[in-house]
Design a protein around this ligand. Structure first.
Ligand code: BGC
Length: 723
């Protein structure tokens, strides 16, 4: 012990100004360890290489500590809907819950970068106060196809909206002195065979769509780290992609941080390091051996190793752990719950309006299991251990609505029975609690009729959850089930007979079909998976205390088959059962090319993703990208486009011409005609402040010249419609 302490005193100790000297002092063994995650999570410091200083239970990973050189282990934990750590610890009566914020898709539905920055700051504060150094979020992959199981973690089908929201998120989190990890770089747009799927994509689609969101985020926020994705891109594994990591990310975009692999991603450890991927997470002994071997046989250079070590040390010296920040484990969860609710209020999208808003004491019959068991977030690493999830009935009662008892009682009894059944399913170790297994209730017609006579309105909640490792299915997730459609039919018929309104709340992870049922109901409110207090936001919106101002970050099509990538995506059809465990030979790192959409996915739609396709090819949609209604009306003055040496200032005066205060979103698109380019492309956007009735605001959006294709002009639009 004495000898170790003496050794520590003699060795150089890491500080932000002596990184080259520390690297020079490190043994090869120490360098290799620093690049491999330490999954032991030891809490003691034995003073040896390989022992970590401390751990945060439930964190996803950490680095090795090298105490002799004053290098602490840093802690990495998941997001993106908040910090994901274990809420309780053995032998400790304190709790460590984290705030459940709205999912990424809902944050982008706010179209409010300032608000997303506030959300980021609240999350970052929890990261700091719970002793974590880097939040493994946000995710900036594009919603290429509505069935991708992780779309809910991602922002949008558009790269500008994704990139701007990601930058705001990162700047917010990092304002607290902790880091982020922008993920999954890049083209991780499906979960089926995610470890070995080879994305076949054009250079142009990569640059204009899939990399663009990352480029904007990197340039505007400099995340401390970037996480590579699991998939291959045109035959090269993302984690081993030197061109992407070194030439593009660092060279062209000026990224100054560290890169890490996704958990267990990448095959050849030497190639990962040589590519400029600095950390292999969560790390295993085999990586240490493989890197050592690669150094010995010269397939990995010491220069590349040293560069990665340098970047990891540069990351470490920025962290709260290195600064020895005395974290409290007591973030202000109450204040953060309010921020979470505020974000939910702004992310709710009103798709159809007939009866809303309801007056405060309206009596309501609440249908749908989701009404009593609201879904706050997705599953997998993107889930957060939140202190509570308010259910919709509670949210509505808080807003003064009177709920019809008979329907509530039916659901109470029904759900008690179903919970037993689901406990059985969980008992069989089903990985996630998914839609197909969610209870599907059949409410007795008599109950619906009785309710329609005794209350003033009906609300039906439709829920969809999704999560990592699995894509959604058309039958169980995208389309409404037969029982759900019947419920909408019966409730609408009974309530409309009584001249009473029916509102549908979509408590969903992403796009669902609306074509089959939207004409039957009066109002449709998309409240996504809105975080722990989302039900309060919904209650306030239903009664008009909050005026909806969210806009769709993706298109709702008339049919799944209208989606441009529909054929080039793993589809799970009843007559074509798909084997989810079909992970093809991924361990040997060989690319298979037999099964389309499993072994490889052809991005045949190229740059025509989402609204870029629908507007250019004149395909009718249910609700376009950027769409969302309000309880008030807005008038826009004449748009002025002024050229500056660097670009264009696009201005427009927005006036609230209705009765209620509200916020509007101005979207600037480049519009034009070209045989091989989309006819509309979002170039910028801004959300107004809360405008009182009669109040105006001039908003100005700057668009760099380089972003506007020649012969295209800039226009302000309410949503992506090619009118
Ligand atoms: C996910 C990442 C996550 C990591 C650590 C992986 O399975 O793809 O998004 O950050 O696990 O939990």
């Amino acid at each position: 012990m004495y000898l170790i302490s003496l050794f520590c005193l003699l060795a150089i100790q890491l500080n932000p100004n002596n990184i080259p000297q520390v690297v020079a002092e490190m043994t090869t063994e120490e360098k290799v360890l620093l690049l491999i995650g330490d999954r032991k999570q030891k809490t003691t410091d034995a003073g040896d290489v390989g022992y970590t200083l401390r751990g945060v239970p439930g964190a996803a990973g950490m680095t090795y500590a090298i105490p002799r050189l004053g290098i602490p282990a840093i802690i990495l934990a998941d997001g993106p809907a908040g910090l994901r750590i274990n809420p309780t610890r053995q032998g400790d009566s304190n709790t460590y819950y984290c705030t459940g914020f709205p999912i990424g898709t809902m944050l982008s539905s706010t179209w409010n970068t300032e608000l997303v920055g506030e959300v980021g700051a609240a999350m970052g504060n929890e990261v700091l106060e719970y002793g974590v150094d880097v939040l493994l979020a946000p995710g900036a992959n594009i919603h290429r196809n509505p069935l991708c199981g992780r779309n809910f973690e991602y922002f949008s089908e558009d790269p500008v909206l994704s990139g701007e929201i990601a930058a705001a998120y990162i700047n917010g989190v990092q304002s607290q002195g902790v880091g982020t990890s922008l993920k999954h770089f890049a083209l991780n747009n499906q979960e089926v065979n995610r470890l070995a799927n080879n994305v076949v994509v054009s250079e142009r689609a990569m640059n204009e769509i899939y990399l663009k969101a990352f480029e904007i985020a990197v340039k505007k926020s400099q995340p401390w780290t970037v996480m590579t994705s699991y998939n291959y891109i045109n035959g090269v594994h993302a984690a081993e992609n030197k061109h992407l990591l070194t030439d593009v990310l660092r060279g062209e975009w000026g990224f100054a941080g560290a890169v890490m692999t996704d958990w267990g991603g990448g095959y050849r450890s030497g190639a990962i390091i040589e590519a400029g991927n600095d950390m292999i997470q969560p790390g295993a002994k085999k990586h240490i051996e493989a890197i050592t071997k690669a150094l010995e046989n010269n397939s990995l250079s010491m220069k590349a190793l040293d560069e990665c070590v340098t970047r990891v040390l540069q990351l470490i010296v920025k962290t709260p752990t290195f600064r020895k920040y005395a974290f409290s484990s007591k973030p202000d969860l109450k204040a953060h719950a309010q921020t979470s609710c505020k974000a939910a209020e702004e992310g709710i999208v009103l798709l159809k309006r007939g009866a809303l808003p309801y007056s405060k004491n309206t009596s309501i019959a609440l249908f749908g299991v989701g009404s009593y068991s609201f879904i706050a977030g997705g599953t997998g690493s993107g889930d957060v251990h939140k202190p509570y999830v308010l259910s919709l009935d509670e949210g509505l009662e808080r807003s003064g609505f009177a709920l019809e008892k008979g329907t509530a009682e039916f659901y109470g009894a029904y759900m008690a029975k179903e919970r037993k059944r689901c406990a059985m399913i969980d008992g069989q170790k089903k990985p996630w609690y998914i839609d197909a297994e969610r209870p599907i209730e059949v409410v007795p017609t008599k109950q619906i009729e009785t309710a329609s006579q005794s209350v003033q309105a009906a609300i039906i909640t439709i829920t969809r959850i999704a999560g990592e490792g699995k894509d959604r299915s058309i039958e169980f997730s995208y389309n409404l089930t037969r029982e759900e459609l019947q419920l909408i039919d019966k409730v609408s018929e009974a309530f409309h007979k009584q001249k009473k309104a029916v509102t549908v709340i979509l408590n969903v992870c992403g796009v669902v079909d609306v074509t089959a049922w939207r004409d039957k109901v009066d109002d449709i409110l998309v409240c996504w998976l809105p975080g722990q207090d989302g039900a309060v936001a919904v209650g306030k919106t239903l009664c008009g205390e909050v005026n909806p101002s969210g806009r769709l970050p993706m298109t709702f099509t008339l049919s799944y088959w209208d989606v441009p990538s529909a054929e080039n995506f793993p589809i799970i059809l009843p007559d074509k059962p798909f084997n989810y465990s079909h992970y093809r030979n991924f361990r040997d790192g060989e690319i298979n090319s037999d099964i389309p959409n499993v072994d490889y996915t052809n991005y045949a739609e190229d740059v025509f993703v989402g609204y870029r396709y629908f507007t250019t090819k004149h395909v009718k949609v249910a609700y376009p990208f950027g769409y969302g209604l309000s309880y008030t009306t807005f008038n826009w003055g004449k748009t002025s486009v002024k050229r500056t040496p660097e670009g264009y200032n696009v201005s427009v005066e927005v006036t609230n011409t209705g009765k209620l205060p509200g916020k509007d979103v101005v979207q600037v698109y480049a519009k034009g005609k070209s045989p091989d380019s989309p006819s509309l492309e979002l170039k910028g956007f801004v959300k107004t402040k809360l405008l009182q009735s009669g109040q105006s605001q001039v908003v100005t959006i700057f668009v760099p010249s380089a972003d506007v294709p020649s012969s295209y002009r800039l226009v302000t639009l309410r949503n992506a419609q090619n009118k």
